[in-house]
Design a binder for this molecule. Structure first.
Ligand code: FE2
Ligand code: FE2
Length: 141
């Protein structure tokens, strides 16, 4: 049975690979479709991660600060995506912001997995961890 941590880590793995491959094979116009797929992946993940995983963490004193910090990082990622969209619309080189997006996403994933997940491990029961994984899977698909 999957728990919420495994479920979120699967998405993180996909996101890191999408970013890596986009940066390695960057070719302005041809990369736009891959970028749109990445953008959808990042925004859908953050949307359901906040609704299902961060929401209960806001209610515990032990995790509230880190959950708020994580949500603020989602906003930074959104801002960076907006900058890339603008560059693409004006047909400018968007590689700089793409690298910036990779740095933000990798930093964010590391903080979630190394810090927030560790705290959350002790706050949720095993049943709750599985229930959250089911909710995340059902709502995302
Ligand atoms: Fe995440
Ligand atoms: Fe996140």
């Amino acid at each position: 049975m999957n728990n919420i941590f495994d479920q979120l880590k699967k998405d993180h793995y996909v996101q890191k690979n999408m970013l890596k491959s986009l940066i390695e094979n960057y070719n302005s116009i041809e990369s736009v479709a891959d970028y749109i797929a990445l953008k959808n992946e990042l925004t859908e993940h953050a949307k359901y991660e906040e609704r299902i995983f961060y929401k209960p963490l806001i209610s515990f004193d032990e995790s509230q600060d880190k959950a708020r910090h994580g949500i603020a990082e989602h906003q930074q990622i959104d801002k960076c995506i907006e900058n890339i969209d603008k560059k693409i619309a004006s047909q400018e080189d968007w590689r700089y912001y793409l690298k910036k997006l990779q740095d933000l996403v990798e930093h964010h994933i590391e903080e979630e997995e190394e810090s927030l997940f560790q705290i959350a491990q002790n706050l949720f029961t095993d049943t709750k961890k599985e229930k959250l994984a089911d909710n995340f899977y059902e709502q995302r698909s």
